[in-house]
Write a protein that binds this ligand. Structure first.
Ligand SMILES: [Zn+2]
Length: 179
């Protein structure tokens, strides 16, 4: 690739808050070679190499699956053996932010996410739900459904419960004191 293109990539990564170590690893260019010093993350995130967001049961887990699916759509399903490049990272970041601008995501988080997947710390499975079949990540090979389908089936179970049995809430308050 032409030198100027690589420098452009390095500058772009710096402008969206990418850590210098990552820029140097992906472009071969050190701090002194690109004129833009790393800008703060445009959304104010300071993500590092942490996996707590991947194991939480909250919103972040949806982000992880979204990121994985974007990758597979763009670059194919061999996520574990891929080689990250500056172009790929930029493409993943811009696509993710265009699709889910309100998610807590950053270029550093994206970089480390795929590094973690390559180290096989997480498992990539395909959801067993008939209408879904989408890839998702988990720490446990026994997980059969993605987060979205798990949440949906929980909601369905909750609403499908017959309402014939009175719940504790419907019963009159127990009388604690006898007059
Ligand atoms: Zn699913």
């Amino acid at each position: 690739m032409r030198h100027i293109q690589v420098l452009e990539q390095a500058n772009f990564l710096a402008s969206i808050g990418c850590q210098h170590v990552i820029i140097t690893e992906l472009t071969g260019h050190g701090k002194k070679e690109f004129d833009v010093s790393t800008a703060p993350d445009p959304n104010g995130h300071s993500h590092r190499d942490s996996t707590t967001w991947l194991t939480s049961r909250g919103k972040s887990r949806y982000s992880a699956d979204r990121l994985l699916r974007i990758f597979i759509n763009k670059f194919g399903s061999d996520v574990v053996n891929h080689r990250m490049t500056a172009a790929k990272l930029i493409s993943l970041y811009t696509t993710y932010m265009a699709l889910y601008p309100k998610d807590e995501m950053s270029v550093n988080r994206i970089y480390y996410f795929f590094k973690r997947l390559a180290s096989r710390e997480f498992v990539i499975s395909y959801c067993t739900e008939k209408k879904c079949k989408k890839p998702f990540i988990s720490k446990n090979v026994r997980d059969k459904q993605c987060m979205t389908c798990t949440t949906l089936s929980k909601m369905r179970k909750h609403t499908a419960k017959p309402d014939c049995q009175p719940t504790q809430m419907d019963l009159p308050e127990p009388i604690s004191a006898v007059a």
